[in-house]
Design a protein around this ligand. Structure first.
Ligand code: B12
Ligand code: SF4
Ligand code: SF4
Length: 310
Protein backbone atom coordinates (compact mmCIF):
# COMPACT_ATOMS: atom_id res chain seq x y z
CA UNK A 1 0.00 0.00 0.00
CA UNK A 2 2.83 2.37 0.93
CA UNK A 3 4.56 1.36 -2.35
CA UNK A 4 1.39 2.23 -4.30
CA UNK A 5 1.20 5.63 -2.60
CA UNK A 6 4.81 6.42 -3.52
CA UNK A 7 4.26 5.36 -7.15
CA UNK A 8 1.07 7.50 -7.34
CA UNK A 9 2.87 10.54 -5.91
CA UNK A 10 5.84 10.18 -8.24
CA UNK A 11 3.42 9.81 -11.16
CA UNK A 12 1.49 12.95 -10.20
CA UNK A 13 4.76 14.94 -9.91
CA UNK A 14 5.71 13.76 -13.41
CA UNK A 15 2.29 14.76 -14.76
CA UNK A 16 2.52 18.17 -13.06
CA UNK A 17 5.94 18.74 -14.61
CA UNK A 18 4.64 17.80 -18.05
CA UNK A 19 1.64 20.10 -17.77
CA UNK A 20 3.82 22.96 -16.48
CA UNK A 21 6.08 22.49 -19.49
CA UNK A 22 3.04 22.53 -21.79
CA UNK A 23 1.51 25.60 -20.17
CA UNK A 24 4.70 27.55 -20.51
CA UNK A 25 5.35 26.70 -24.15
CA UNK A 26 3.48 29.78 -25.46
CA UNK A 27 5.58 31.91 -23.11
CA UNK A 28 8.73 30.34 -24.50
CA UNK A 29 7.69 30.89 -28.07
CA UNK A 30 6.75 34.49 -27.28
CA UNK A 31 10.17 35.01 -25.74
CA UNK A 32 11.79 33.39 -28.74
CA UNK A 33 9.85 35.63 -31.09
CA UNK A 34 10.80 38.68 -29.06
CA UNK A 35 14.38 37.57 -28.77
CA UNK A 36 14.91 35.98 -32.12
CA UNK A 37 16.50 33.06 -30.23
CA UNK A 38 16.80 30.31 -32.76
CA UNK A 39 17.71 27.36 -30.58
CA UNK A 40 15.07 27.36 -27.83
CA UNK A 41 17.44 28.62 -25.16
CA UNK A 42 14.64 30.82 -23.82
CA UNK A 43 13.48 27.67 -22.04
CA UNK A 44 16.60 27.66 -19.89
CA UNK A 45 16.05 31.33 -19.12
CA UNK A 46 12.53 30.63 -17.81
CA UNK A 47 13.69 27.97 -15.38
CA UNK A 48 16.30 30.23 -13.91
CA UNK A 49 14.01 33.13 -13.06
CA UNK A 50 13.50 31.75 -9.57
CA UNK A 51 17.23 31.54 -8.87
CA UNK A 52 18.57 31.78 -5.34
CA UNK A 53 18.68 35.25 -3.79
CA UNK A 54 22.06 34.46 -2.28
CA UNK A 55 23.54 34.86 -5.79
CA UNK A 56 24.52 38.50 -6.45
CA UNK A 57 23.29 40.05 -9.68
CA UNK A 58 26.87 40.18 -10.99
CA UNK A 59 27.29 36.46 -10.38
CA UNK A 60 23.87 35.82 -11.91
CA UNK A 61 24.79 37.73 -15.09
CA UNK A 62 28.18 35.98 -15.33
CA UNK A 63 26.59 32.56 -14.77
CA UNK A 64 23.87 33.27 -17.31
CA UNK A 65 26.34 34.28 -20.03
CA UNK A 66 28.58 31.28 -19.27
CA UNK A 67 25.65 28.88 -19.33
CA UNK A 68 24.18 30.38 -22.49
CA UNK A 69 27.47 30.00 -24.39
CA UNK A 70 27.93 26.40 -23.14
CA UNK A 71 24.39 25.36 -24.05
CA UNK A 72 24.39 27.21 -27.37
CA UNK A 73 27.17 25.12 -28.91
CA UNK A 74 25.35 21.90 -28.00
CA UNK A 75 21.82 22.99 -28.92
CA UNK A 76 22.75 24.78 -32.15
CA UNK A 77 25.35 22.15 -33.12
CA UNK A 78 27.81 24.79 -34.19
CA UNK A 79 31.06 23.83 -35.88
CA UNK A 80 32.85 26.22 -33.55
CA UNK A 81 33.41 25.44 -29.89
CA UNK A 82 34.16 28.15 -27.34
CA UNK A 83 35.89 28.41 -23.98
CA UNK A 84 34.51 29.93 -20.79
CA UNK A 85 33.54 33.60 -21.35
CA UNK A 86 35.07 36.44 -19.34
CA UNK A 87 32.57 39.09 -18.16
CA UNK A 88 33.29 42.59 -16.81
CA UNK A 89 31.21 45.51 -15.52
CA UNK A 90 31.58 49.30 -15.70
CA UNK A 91 29.53 52.18 -14.37
CA UNK A 92 27.98 54.16 -17.22
CA UNK A 93 29.15 57.35 -15.49
CA UNK A 94 32.80 56.25 -15.47
CA UNK A 95 34.77 59.30 -16.77
CA UNK A 96 36.84 56.92 -18.95
CA UNK A 97 33.90 56.79 -21.40
CA UNK A 98 34.37 60.50 -22.09
CA UNK A 99 38.03 59.87 -22.95
CA UNK A 100 36.93 57.62 -25.84
CA UNK A 101 35.84 60.78 -27.66
CA UNK A 102 39.54 61.52 -28.12
CA UNK A 103 40.99 57.95 -28.02
CA UNK A 104 38.63 56.55 -30.69
CA UNK A 105 36.88 59.58 -32.20
CA UNK A 106 34.58 62.51 -31.35
CA UNK A 107 31.50 60.61 -32.50
CA UNK A 108 32.13 57.65 -30.16
CA UNK A 109 28.91 57.12 -28.19
CA UNK A 110 28.52 57.48 -24.45
CA UNK A 111 26.43 54.79 -22.68
CA UNK A 112 23.61 57.35 -22.24
CA UNK A 113 23.55 57.93 -26.02
CA UNK A 114 22.60 54.27 -26.44
CA UNK A 115 20.25 54.14 -23.45
CA UNK A 116 19.04 57.36 -21.75
CA UNK A 117 18.59 55.58 -18.38
CA UNK A 118 22.00 53.87 -18.62
CA UNK A 119 23.49 52.80 -15.29
CA UNK A 120 25.99 50.07 -16.17
CA UNK A 121 27.85 48.56 -19.12
CA UNK A 122 28.51 44.82 -19.35
CA UNK A 123 31.33 43.58 -21.59
CA UNK A 124 32.00 39.92 -22.41
CA UNK A 125 34.78 38.06 -24.21
CA UNK A 126 34.10 34.66 -25.78
CA UNK A 127 37.38 32.78 -26.28
CA UNK A 128 38.11 30.49 -29.22
CA UNK A 129 39.47 27.02 -28.46
CA UNK A 130 43.11 26.04 -28.99
CA UNK A 131 41.97 24.05 -32.06
CA UNK A 132 40.34 27.06 -33.76
CA UNK A 133 43.45 29.16 -33.18
CA UNK A 134 45.77 26.35 -34.27
CA UNK A 135 43.87 25.97 -37.56
CA UNK A 136 44.93 29.53 -38.45
CA UNK A 137 48.64 29.20 -37.68
CA UNK A 138 49.89 28.05 -41.08
CA UNK A 139 50.18 30.02 -44.31
CA UNK A 140 49.40 33.61 -45.20
CA UNK A 141 45.69 33.19 -45.78
CA UNK A 142 43.05 32.50 -43.21
CA UNK A 143 41.86 28.99 -42.27
CA UNK A 144 38.30 27.82 -43.00
CA UNK A 145 37.75 27.10 -39.28
CA UNK A 146 38.80 30.64 -38.24
CA UNK A 147 36.51 32.15 -40.91
CA UNK A 148 33.63 29.92 -39.82
CA UNK A 149 34.25 30.83 -36.17
CA UNK A 150 33.99 34.51 -37.08
CA UNK A 151 30.43 34.14 -38.43
CA UNK A 152 29.25 31.74 -35.74
CA UNK A 153 30.67 33.89 -32.95
CA UNK A 154 29.14 37.08 -34.32
CA UNK A 155 25.83 35.24 -34.31
CA UNK A 156 26.44 33.92 -30.78
CA UNK A 157 27.26 37.43 -29.50
CA UNK A 158 23.97 38.66 -30.94
CA UNK A 159 22.08 35.78 -29.30
CA UNK A 160 23.81 36.34 -25.94
CA UNK A 161 22.92 40.03 -26.13
CA UNK A 162 19.24 39.51 -26.89
CA UNK A 163 19.05 36.78 -24.27
CA UNK A 164 20.54 39.08 -21.62
CA UNK A 165 18.16 41.85 -22.68
CA UNK A 166 15.27 39.50 -21.90
CA UNK A 167 16.97 38.37 -18.66
CA UNK A 168 17.22 41.99 -17.48
CA UNK A 169 13.74 42.91 -18.78
CA UNK A 170 12.36 40.20 -16.47
CA UNK A 171 13.98 42.21 -13.66
CA UNK A 172 12.34 45.42 -14.96
CA UNK A 173 15.42 46.86 -16.61
CA UNK A 174 16.04 48.17 -20.11
CA UNK A 175 19.04 47.12 -22.20
CA UNK A 176 20.56 48.46 -25.39
CA UNK A 177 22.53 45.97 -27.47
CA UNK A 178 25.11 46.43 -30.25
CA UNK A 179 26.24 43.93 -32.91
CA UNK A 180 29.69 42.34 -32.66
CA UNK A 181 30.94 44.06 -35.81
CA UNK A 182 30.08 45.71 -39.13
CA UNK A 183 29.00 48.74 -37.14
CA UNK A 184 31.85 50.81 -38.59
CA UNK A 185 32.19 53.31 -41.39
CA UNK A 186 34.07 51.67 -44.31
CA UNK A 187 35.86 54.96 -45.17
CA UNK A 188 37.30 55.37 -41.67
CA UNK A 189 37.23 51.78 -40.31
CA UNK A 190 36.33 53.13 -36.88
CA UNK A 191 33.19 52.29 -34.92
CA UNK A 192 31.15 54.63 -32.75
CA UNK A 193 30.95 51.84 -30.16
CA UNK A 194 34.33 50.14 -29.76
CA UNK A 195 33.80 46.91 -27.79
CA UNK A 196 37.54 46.70 -27.05
CA UNK A 197 37.73 50.13 -25.46
CA UNK A 198 34.52 49.52 -23.54
CA UNK A 199 35.91 46.18 -22.35
CA UNK A 200 39.08 47.89 -21.05
CA UNK A 201 36.89 50.24 -19.00
CA UNK A 202 34.94 47.24 -17.67
CA UNK A 203 38.22 45.74 -16.41
CA UNK A 204 38.16 42.80 -18.82
CA UNK A 205 41.79 43.22 -19.89
CA UNK A 206 44.32 45.49 -21.57
CA UNK A 207 45.20 46.36 -25.16
CA UNK A 208 48.06 44.47 -26.77
CA UNK A 209 50.53 45.70 -29.36
CA UNK A 210 48.45 43.66 -31.83
CA UNK A 211 45.55 46.06 -30.98
CA UNK A 212 43.58 43.22 -29.43
CA UNK A 213 42.07 43.17 -25.98
CA UNK A 214 44.10 40.67 -23.95
CA UNK A 215 41.99 39.09 -21.21
CA UNK A 216 42.93 36.51 -18.59
CA UNK A 217 41.96 33.96 -21.26
CA UNK A 218 43.98 35.61 -24.01
CA UNK A 219 42.96 37.56 -27.10
CA UNK A 220 41.87 34.79 -29.52
CA UNK A 221 38.12 35.26 -29.44
CA UNK A 222 35.46 37.90 -29.88
CA UNK A 223 33.84 40.60 -27.80
CA UNK A 224 30.39 41.93 -27.11
CA UNK A 225 28.97 44.59 -24.78
CA UNK A 226 25.60 46.03 -23.81
CA UNK A 227 24.27 48.96 -21.78
CA UNK A 228 21.64 48.45 -19.09
CA UNK A 229 19.57 50.56 -16.71
CA UNK A 230 20.40 48.14 -13.87
CA UNK A 231 22.82 49.60 -11.36
CA UNK A 232 25.66 47.08 -11.07
CA UNK A 233 28.83 47.48 -9.03
CA UNK A 234 31.73 48.12 -11.44
CA UNK A 235 34.78 45.83 -11.59
CA UNK A 236 38.16 47.16 -10.56
CA UNK A 237 40.61 47.73 -13.43
CA UNK A 238 44.08 46.27 -13.08
CA UNK A 239 47.01 48.68 -13.41
CA UNK A 240 49.24 45.97 -14.89
CA UNK A 241 49.66 45.65 -18.66
CA UNK A 242 48.77 42.30 -20.25
CA UNK A 243 51.03 42.61 -23.32
CA UNK A 244 54.70 41.63 -22.90
CA UNK A 245 55.82 44.50 -25.13
CA UNK A 246 53.80 47.09 -23.21
CA UNK A 247 54.96 45.53 -19.92
CA UNK A 248 58.68 45.26 -20.59
CA UNK A 249 59.42 46.04 -24.25
CA UNK A 250 59.84 42.33 -25.10
CA UNK A 251 58.14 39.98 -27.59
CA UNK A 252 56.70 41.76 -30.70
CA UNK A 253 55.79 38.34 -32.13
CA UNK A 254 52.51 39.77 -33.44
CA UNK A 255 54.38 42.37 -35.51
CA UNK A 256 56.69 39.70 -36.98
CA UNK A 257 53.69 37.57 -37.93
CA UNK A 258 51.70 40.26 -39.75
CA UNK A 259 51.08 39.00 -43.29
CA UNK A 260 50.30 42.32 -45.00
CA UNK A 261 52.76 44.88 -43.57
CA UNK A 262 49.98 46.47 -41.55
CA UNK A 263 51.18 46.08 -37.97
CA UNK A 264 54.34 47.78 -36.77
CA UNK A 265 55.84 48.62 -33.40
CA UNK A 266 54.69 52.22 -33.61
CA UNK A 267 52.02 52.21 -36.27
CA UNK A 268 48.99 50.30 -37.55
CA UNK A 269 47.76 50.57 -41.13
CA UNK A 270 44.07 49.70 -40.75
CA UNK A 271 43.49 49.88 -44.50
CA UNK A 272 46.38 47.49 -45.22
CA UNK A 273 44.90 45.14 -42.66
CA UNK A 274 41.42 45.42 -44.15
CA UNK A 275 42.85 44.63 -47.61
CA UNK A 276 44.04 41.27 -46.22
CA UNK A 277 40.69 40.66 -44.51
CA UNK A 278 38.86 41.30 -47.79
CA UNK A 279 41.21 38.98 -49.65
CA UNK A 280 40.37 36.20 -47.17
CA UNK A 281 36.68 37.03 -47.57
CA UNK A 282 36.88 35.79 -51.15
CA UNK A 283 38.40 32.42 -50.23
CA UNK A 284 35.49 30.41 -48.90
CA UNK A 285 32.41 30.68 -51.05
CA UNK A 286 30.40 28.44 -48.69
CA UNK A 287 30.68 31.03 -45.88
CA UNK A 288 28.85 34.31 -45.36
CA UNK A 289 30.94 37.48 -44.99
CA UNK A 290 34.24 36.53 -43.36
CA UNK A 291 36.54 39.55 -43.66
CA UNK A 292 39.10 38.03 -41.33
CA UNK A 293 42.81 37.32 -40.92
CA UNK A 294 44.03 37.09 -37.31
CA UNK A 295 47.60 35.92 -38.02
CA UNK A 296 48.83 38.41 -35.39
CA UNK A 297 46.66 36.72 -32.73
CA UNK A 298 47.66 33.07 -33.13
CA UNK A 299 50.83 31.28 -31.92
CA UNK A 300 51.72 34.28 -29.77
CA UNK A 301 52.16 34.38 -25.97
CA UNK A 302 48.89 36.29 -25.51
CA UNK A 303 46.72 33.98 -27.66
CA UNK A 304 45.10 32.08 -24.79
CA UNK A 305 46.38 33.73 -21.60
CA UNK A 306 47.59 36.99 -20.11
CA UNK A 307 51.34 36.36 -20.55
CA UNK A 308 52.32 38.96 -17.94
CA UNK A 309 50.26 37.24 -15.25
CA UNK A 310 51.16 33.71 -16.41
C1 B12 B 1 36.78 48.51 -37.66
C2 B12 B 1 37.26 47.18 -37.12
C3 B12 B 1 38.32 46.57 -37.79
C4 B12 B 1 39.12 47.28 -38.86
C5 B12 B 1 40.11 48.23 -38.15
C6 B12 B 1 40.91 47.52 -37.03
C7 B12 B 1 41.19 48.32 -35.77
N1 B12 B 1 42.28 47.98 -35.11
O1 B12 B 1 40.46 49.18 -35.35
C8 B12 B 1 39.74 46.07 -39.61
C9 B12 B 1 38.80 45.63 -40.68
C10 B12 B 1 41.10 46.31 -40.22
C11 B12 B 1 39.74 45.02 -38.51
C12 B12 B 1 40.60 43.95 -38.46
C13 B12 B 1 40.60 43.02 -37.43
N2 B12 B 1 39.69 42.87 -36.48
CO1 B12 B 1 38.33 44.15 -36.15
N3 B12 B 1 36.96 45.38 -35.61
C14 B12 B 1 36.66 46.57 -36.01
C15 B12 B 1 35.51 47.13 -35.16
C16 B12 B 1 34.21 47.05 -35.95
C17 B12 B 1 35.72 48.56 -34.68
C18 B12 B 1 37.15 48.86 -34.19
C19 B12 B 1 37.35 50.32 -33.90
O2 B12 B 1 36.45 51.13 -33.91
N4 B12 B 1 38.56 50.68 -33.58
C20 B12 B 1 38.83 52.04 -33.13
C21 B12 B 1 40.27 52.35 -33.37
C22 B12 B 1 40.50 53.78 -32.94
O3 B12 B 1 41.06 51.43 -32.61
P1 B12 B 1 42.58 51.07 -33.06
O4 B12 B 1 42.84 51.45 -34.43
O5 B12 B 1 42.84 49.63 -32.70
O6 B12 B 1 43.54 51.94 -32.22
C23 B12 B 1 43.45 52.11 -30.86
C24 B12 B 1 44.05 51.07 -29.98
O7 B12 B 1 45.26 50.59 -30.48
C25 B12 B 1 44.22 51.94 -28.76
N5 B12 B 1 45.18 51.55 -27.80
C26 B12 B 1 46.39 51.08 -27.92
N6 B12 B 1 46.90 50.93 -26.73
C27 B12 B 1 45.99 51.32 -25.84
C28 B12 B 1 46.02 51.33 -24.47
C29 B12 B 1 44.87 51.80 -23.81
C30 B12 B 1 44.90 51.83 -22.37
C31 B12 B 1 43.72 52.20 -24.52
C32 B12 B 1 42.49 52.62 -23.84
C33 B12 B 1 43.75 52.17 -25.90
C34 B12 B 1 44.88 51.73 -26.52
O8 B12 B 1 44.59 53.20 -29.25
C35 B12 B 1 44.26 53.34 -30.58
C36 B12 B 1 43.49 54.61 -30.74
O9 B12 B 1 42.42 54.67 -29.84
C37 B12 B 1 35.52 46.17 -33.93
C38 B12 B 1 34.12 45.86 -33.38
C39 B12 B 1 33.66 46.99 -32.49
N7 B12 B 1 32.59 47.63 -32.80
O10 B12 B 1 34.30 47.28 -31.52
C40 B12 B 1 36.21 44.90 -34.47
C41 B12 B 1 37.20 44.19 -33.56
C42 B12 B 1 38.13 45.21 -32.95
N8 B12 B 1 37.99 43.31 -34.49
C43 B12 B 1 38.34 42.23 -33.97
C44 B12 B 1 39.21 41.32 -34.64
C45 B12 B 1 39.40 39.97 -33.96
C46 B12 B 1 39.84 41.66 -35.85
C47 B12 B 1 40.84 40.84 -36.67
C48 B12 B 1 41.75 39.87 -35.94
C49 B12 B 1 40.13 40.12 -37.85
C50 B12 B 1 39.70 38.70 -37.58
N9 B12 B 1 38.57 38.54 -36.93
O11 B12 B 1 40.35 37.75 -37.96
C51 B12 B 1 41.68 41.97 -37.32
C52 B12 B 1 42.80 42.47 -36.39
C53 B12 B 1 43.42 43.74 -36.80
C54 B12 B 1 44.29 44.39 -35.76
N10 B12 B 1 45.44 43.80 -35.47
O12 B12 B 1 43.93 45.45 -35.25
C55 B12 B 1 37.78 42.03 -32.58
C56 B12 B 1 38.83 42.18 -31.49
C57 B12 B 1 38.78 41.10 -30.43
C58 B12 B 1 39.79 41.35 -29.34
N11 B12 B 1 40.30 40.31 -28.71
O13 B12 B 1 40.11 42.47 -29.03
C59 B12 B 1 36.65 43.15 -32.53
C60 B12 B 1 36.44 43.80 -31.16
C61 B12 B 1 35.35 42.50 -33.03
C62 B12 B 1 34.65 41.70 -31.94
N12 B12 B 1 33.37 41.95 -31.71
O14 B12 B 1 35.24 40.87 -31.28
N13 B12 B 1 38.80 45.31 -37.56
S1 SF4 C 1 52.35 38.95 -29.32
FE1 SF4 C 1 53.60 39.80 -27.70
S2 SF4 C 1 53.88 41.97 -28.24
FE2 SF4 C 1 52.19 41.18 -29.49
S3 SF4 C 1 50.35 41.68 -28.31
FE3 SF4 C 1 50.94 39.58 -27.71
S4 SF4 C 1 52.25 39.85 -25.91
FE4 SF4 C 1 52.07 41.85 -26.91
S1 SF4 D 1 44.93 40.80 -38.93
FE1 SF4 D 1 46.43 40.10 -40.50
S2 SF4 D 1 46.90 41.89 -41.80
FE2 SF4 D 1 45.80 42.62 -39.95
S3 SF4 D 1 47.45 43.22 -38.57
FE3 SF4 D 1 46.94 41.09 -38.06
S4 SF4 D 1 48.30 39.83 -39.33
FE4 SF4 D 1 48.39 41.91 -40.16
Amino acid sequence: MIGGLIIRNVWSILLLNRSLTRISHPVTSLLQQMDGEKCGLGLLFRFRKGMSHSVTIKEAIRNEIERFVRDYQVKCQTVTAWGLPVVGFASSSDPAFLELKSAVGPTHALPADLLPRAAAVVAFFIPFTLETAKSNERGNTCSWAWSKAYGETNRLIHEVSIHMRAFLAARHHETSITPATHNFEPEKLVSDWSHRHVAVIAGLGKMGLNNMLITGRGCCGRLGSFVTSMDIEPDIRSETEACLYRHSGACMKCVKQCVNHALYEKKFDRFGCYEMCLLNNRLFLDLETADVCGKCLVRVPCSHADPVMA
